[in-house]
Ligand binder design. Structure first.
Ligand code: AP5
Length: 192
């Protein structure tokens, strides 16, 4: 099973990807998590990505295309994977199509979580509060200014992917405003 989750920041992509990972035994490939790990380890990619991420902007297509291609080649992706936060631009989607074709792989579905933008700031604030309560480190882009920029980047660069995947006949849409379990059930219906 090879899936893409689409949706704005806070739509629930990571939450649903984690749940499906357990259900289907395939890994969640979150480009955000991979980039944050690179920043934490101060790798070359991490050094290039840090300021861009902190500002809520998108990292270059070249960087993310390369890290995803390398990740898909790892043995735990043999049975499939869930792409969370990638692709995020039309050029990334085109690169992914070529990448998968080159590896002899096909996508099974592209699932878009539809949400009201007004609810997303609240979700981000909840995540910050939960992280602090758990003694964790708050994401450097989970603040009002960077979040606003992330939403703008989404509208300008990522939202056009809905049309792109509608055109390929792979797009499925789920109401991401429902509670977490209902969203999961709707996704499982699509995948059944
Ligand atoms: P990334 O880490 O991908 O962040 P994001 O897309 O902004 O998404 P989030 O993690 O904020 O949201 P989510 O949809 O996963 O929601 P979640 O499940 O956590 O990217 C970060 C940065 O990395 C980017 O800005 C960019 O700089 C860079 N980057 C990453 N990929 C890139 C790419 N491909 N190209 C270029 N740059 C890239 O849920 C959010 C909160 O809501 C949680 O608290 C959760 O508990 C709650 N919640 C979830 N579902 C529900 C529900 N149904 N009801 C109520 N609450 C819910």
């Amino acid at each position: 099973m090879r899936l893409i989750f689409l949706g704005p920041p806070g739509a629930g992509k990571g939450t649903q990807a984690k749940l499906l990972t357990e259900r289907y035994g395939i890994p969640q490939l979150s480009t955000g998590d991979m980039l944050r790990a690179a920043v934490a380890q101060a790798t070359e990619v991490g050094k290039r990505a840090k300021a861009v991420m902190d500002a809520g902007q998108l990292v270059s297509d070249e960087i993310v295309n390369e890290i995803v291609s390398d990740r898909i080649d790892q043995s735990d992706c043999a049975k499939g994977f869930i792409l969370d936060g990638y692709p995020r631009t039309v050029p990334q989607a085109i690169a992914l199509g070529k990448m998968l074709e080159g590896k002899g792989l096909k996508l099974d579905a592209v699932i878009e979580l539809k949400v009201d933008e007004a609810a997303l700031v609240k979700r981000m604030e909840n995540r910050v509060a939960e992280t602090i309560a758990a003694g964790g480190t708050v994401r450097s882009d989970d603040n009002p200014e960077a979040f606003k920029r992330r939403l703008t980047e989404y509208r300008e660069k990522t939202a056009p992917l809905s049309e792109h995947y509608a055109g390929t006949g792979q797009l499925r849409t789920v109401d991401g405003m429902a509670d977490v379990n209902t969203v999961t059930a709707e996704i499982e219906k699509i995948l059944a």
